[in-house]
Every structure is written in C-alpha cells, then in structure tokens.
Design a binder for this molecule. Structure first.
Ligand SMILES: Cc1ncc(COP(=O)(O)O)c(C=O)c1O
Length: 379
C-alpha cells in the first residue's frame, strides 16, 4: 500500500466539475488581476471567519508582513511569537523591520505558552503573534487579556487553522488581525500560492488593500510604499469552491484523528490532544515517538509518507543565528522538534489506510525498541 502525506488528487476528484467551471469562468471573463472572484471570495471568507473585512494577498507570509506594516510595526519594535512554528512567521516579522522575540511552547498543545509571553514583554514589545499550530487554536482568551492590559496588538498566524474554533469563535476572529495561507497542502489550499488578512478594523483593511497593490489608492495615485501581493483571481475562484466544503473536510479530519486515537490506544507514542474549549482541525496529526528517524525510515519502506513539523526550531536555524539564541533556550520546543512525527492526514483518508498506518507504526516502534534498550545499556 502507498499512502501519501496529503492527497490533493483525491480531493480534486471530489470537486472536479465545480472547480473546472470556476476556472473556466475566470478565463472567459479575463479578469485575472483583482477580478470578481477575489472580491466574492473575500466576502465569503470574512463571513466564514466571523470578521468584517478580508483582503486577499499573495501568500501567508505576505499576509503576516502586510498586517504588521498596516499597523506600523517596524524598526525598534519587538514582536513575540512561538519558537515552534514554520519560519514564515519569523521572516514576516523581520521583513517588516521588527525584531522577533521567541517564546517557548506549552508541551501539551504545542502552542505558545501565555505565561511565557508575559515574561518576555519589554517596553519595546508591540505585538504578540500566536500561531495556531497544527490546526489547534492557541489559548486566545488569556493572550487577549494580557495584550489589552499591556496595550499590545495581537496578529494571529492562522495559516494552519482555517475553520478551527476556540470557545465557539473561529480562529482569526480573536486578534486585531489574522493571517491565513492558502498554500496547496493547507486545509483550505489553492492551486498555487495565496493568502488572506482578516480584521474588524476598516482602516487596517483599507491600508492592506493599498499595500498589496503598489500602495495605490486610486489608479496611478500611490500613497504608500506598497508591493505587488494580490490574491490571484484564478486561485480565488478555486478557493471559493473549496470553502463550501471546508467544514465537511475538517469534520472528516477530526473523525480520522479520533480513529488514529482508537487504533493507537496503548501504543508507546504520545498522541495529540484537543483542549476542551477548542476545535482542532488537524492540519497536522503529530505523534511523539522514541527513535524517530528509525521509525520514519521503517514507515517509508512500507510506503507511508510522514512529515516532521519542524525538525529544526527557529532559534537553531542558520538564518536566525543573529537573533542571538542558543540550543537549550527553548527546552519544550527542542524536545518536540526531536520527537514529533506527522502521520498522513487528509479528508479522503480511508479506514483501510489508517489501519495500515497504525499497524505499521506499532510494528516500527516494536522493531526500534531493542536498539533503544541497547543504547540505554551502553550509556
Ligand atoms: C504557521 C505558518 N505561518 C505562515 C505560513 C506561510 O504561508 P505561505 O506558505 O502561504 O507563505 C505557513 C505555511 O506555509 C505556516 O504554516
């Protein structure tokens, strides 16, 4: 059996006619740049997230950077974010000219730890960027309370959390603004790059409209130093079709997570947990295992593709060397980075595929056990 990590072909099979018609519609109209479908998708996405404005941009990275710039976050400002994230979160802070300050994670949810945020605040702190990692929202209520007490902005990195909920409200509707990515493998993915900023602040939405389009207020009247980062009309047309399926797809992922939970009960690996006040949408289903590289290798030989999110924490990346962090600075992040293994997860996953993955993982963990015991005996 061959099991991919995500299966975008299987997804396309389930929506072929609608996607083809949507793409054809754009080609027939020829409104490729900031066309009708972009405006309609922005309306749909704002409604979906429960926010009043959504602005489509070129990527999740651009969504974060433009949100920072719209709020005037830049040189001299510190922005707090999780040490366990995809590097785009930190690159966006740097691109805006601000200084990323990393914060360790909660070892249970893998999300930024609210207590550690408070300890990292300085007089230069301007914003907090909670990342809803793997599709489970960060603990937004204490984060918003802290931000309000210390007069800080909160920009959610919701790139992995389209449709996830915290206390009955969607991820992306808690902060002052939120950034989404439509990278193809995301729960809501385009057929190329794409991103979105959502906010309830009309002035910020307007500013991002300008920034994404050369800083233009009206044609050839440029009021700020903008860029070219517009959500492509073809991508918006595809995303509009897919958004109609998103809750159903997220429900399927949740069922698969429950199924993995049943199939792996009692196995010597740590399964992901869903906090009681949250709806985890399992963008990534990550388990903790001993001897990860051996386990991953065995799964690979059995035709099972897995991922690691993320093998090298931000503070140990070469690109971030000048931030001045060292190994040991974020123990929870480092421990997670050395043990987490992401299993295949997509809505179209079948029970037979899941049984094969779970049985193979159990077998792989059994096979690697003697090596581990040997290692302990030697040390
Ligand atoms: C947490 C997180 N932030 C930001 C991004 C950046 O999104 P993009 O790839 O669309 O630039 C991603 C995904 O790639 C992500 O997972």
């Amino acid at each position: 059996m061959k099991i991919p990590f995500v299966d975008l072909q299987a997804q396309y099979t389930s929506i072929t006619a609608d996607v083809n018609a949507a793409i054809r519609g754009v080609i027939e109209r020829g409104d490729y740049i900031l066309g009708e479908e972009v405006r309609l998708f922005e309306e749909d996405f704002a409604r979906f997230t429960g926010t009043s404005h959504a602005v489509g941009v070129g990527s999740g990275l651009a969504a974060l950077e433009l949100a920072f710039r719209a709020y005037g976050i830049g040189p001299g400002d510190e922005v707090l974010t999780a040490a366990n994230t995809f590097i785009a979160t930190v690159l966006a802070i740097l691109a805006a000219g601000a200084l990323p300050i990393l914060v360790d994670i909660d070892p249970v949810t893998y999300n930024i730890c609210p207590r550690a945020i408070e300890a990292a605040i300085t007089p230069r702190t301007r914003a907090i960027v909670p990342v809803h990692l793997y599709g489970q929202p960060a603990e937004m209520e204490p984060i918003m309370a802290l931000a309000s007490k210390r007069h800080l902005l909160v920009i959610e990195d919701a790139a992995q959390a389209h449709g996830a909920m915290y206390k009955g409200r969607r991820a992306g509707s808690w902060g002052h603004a939120a950034a989404f990515s439509f990278y193809p493998g995301k729960n809501l993915g385009a057929y190329g790059d794409g991103g979105m900023v959502v906010t309830n602040d009309a002035a910020i939405a307007e500013k991002i409209h300008q920034l994404r389009n050369y800083g233009q207020r009206v044609k050839y009247e440029h009021v700020s130093v903008g860029t070219n980062s517009r959500l492509d009309t073809l991508q918006a047309a595809v995303l509009r079709v897919k958004l109609r399926q998103l809750d159903r797809w997220n429900d399927a992922r949740r069922e698969h997570a429950a199924m993995y939970g049943t199939l792996l009960a009692g196995a010597p690996c740590l399964l992901p947990t869903e906090a009681p006040d949250r709806t985890h949408i399992y963008h990534v289903y990550a388990v903790q295992v001993d001897n990860r590289s051996d386990v991953q290798q065995i799964l690979n030989t059995r035709g099972i593709a897995t991922g690691i999110h993320y093998p090298i924490p931000i503070h140990m990346q070469e690109a971030c060397a000048n931030l001045g962090y060292r190994k040991g600075d974020f123990p929870e992040t480092e421990r997670a980075a050395s043990r987490l293994l992401s299993l295949p997860m997509y809505p179209e996953l079948t029970p037979a595929q899941q049984q094969y993955v779970a049985a193979s993982l159990r077998e792989a963990m059994k096979q690697t056990l003697p090596a581990k015991i040997q290692e302990r005996a030697v040390s």
